[in-house]
Design a protein around this ligand. Structure first.
Ligand code: SAM
Length: 294
């Protein structure tokens, strides 16, 4: 199923092969190297594909939880305007550096960034009310799916260690909240974004199921329900591949810890699979859709 509001010339297919190149290669030369320390970045190819599908040059793209700025960087490379918020000053600085780099590479769009709590997005960006064509974002989901590995000789302990799997120790960072609290806060953020959307604007959220102590949590389903409560209606649910496709098969790009978690679950008799995709949930304001039906 394709959404009726796509503005690009070609409708999006429901499966997006956006990991044909590993994340690191997609970022090489396009993002400052320190960006890699962020534990849960969006694939640049995914951001670019969604922005092209749902906006035209000159339109405004917002990411209220922008991390190191993938949405903003890809938007300005595509000639869109961009606005972002990020709670962590470290990541906000990396966003600024990534935007500067994009400008030196000829990105023509303009961008604004505020370091702060996205629950205030409607107030912070009140001047953008009715202007945002696309909100593209993903919520933080703690340590379950994120993290990087330092192994053996590098960390001197000889053991494999997980690094950068939490965003900071600040409780204002929603990655530290329980799933219930995270969803409640995310609902506030989505309601705020809804106030800034232009008529028939789109909200696109990437999110994947997580395992907490072996239990599978349907985070995409919970996010969809939260968004509906915030006044949005789900108009499409797509698959963004996190694996590559080559010679008729899948190229695994799951992290060391994702593979380890799946193996541990299987050892306990839980038939867990290695993660190879995430959901891309697409919404519009319920009030806009009601108007279209009239
Ligand atoms: C999944 S990451 C987004 C990564 C981003 N898409 C990128 O490619 O860099 C979620 C981000 O939300 C940020 N965050 C957490 N709580 C926040 C809040 N209350 N307000 C704004 N940002 C927040 C985290 O610091 C994290 O960078």
């Amino acid at each position: 199923m394709n959404t009726p509001h796509q503005t690009g010339s070609e409708p999006l297919p429901s499966v997006l092969p956006v990991a044909q190149r590993p994340s690191r290669d997609q970022r090489k030369g396009r993002y400052v190297p320190e960006s890699m320390r962020h534990p849960g970045k969006m694939l640049p190819a995914l951001a670019a594909r969604v922005i092209e599908a749902f906006t035209t040059p000159g339109e405004l793209v917002l990411d209220p939880m922008c991390g190191i700025g993938t949405t903003l960087v890809e938007a300005i490379h595509l000639g869109r305007s961009a606005a972002g918020m990020e709670y962590e000053s470290d990541f906000a600085h990396l966003t600024l550096r990534n935007l500067q780099l994009a400008r030196t590479q000829g990105a023509s769009g303009t961008a604004r960034l505020v370091c702060g709590d996205a629950r205030n997005v409607a107030t912070v960006y009140a001047d953008l009310a009715g202007e945002v064509a696309l909100v593209l974002t993903s919520p933080p989901y703690g340590s379950h799916t994120h993290g990087q590995v330092t192994a053996g000789r590098k960390n001197q302990s000889g053991k494999v260690e997980k690094a950068h799997y939490r965003y900071s120790t600040d409780p204002g960072n929603l990655a530290h909240r329980s799933i219930g609290e995270l969803l409640e806060a995310f609902g506030h953020i989505l309601a705020g974004c809804g106030e800034l959307l232009r008529p028939f604007g789109v909200v696109a959220i990437t999110v994947r199921p997580i395992r907490v102590k072996g239990e599978l949590i349907d985070l995409p389903g919970h996010v969809a329900a939260t968004a509906e409560e915030a006044g949005l209606t789900l108009t499409d649910r797509l698959v963004a591949l996190l694996c590559g496709l080559r010679h008729g098969g899948l190229v695994n790009r799951a992290s060391f810890f994702q593979m380890l978690e799946a193996r541990r679950a299987r050892d306990k008799g839980i038939p867990a699979c290695a993660i190879a995709h995430e959901d891309l949930l697409v919404f519009q304001r319920a009030t806009d859709l009601a108007r279209r039906r009239r």
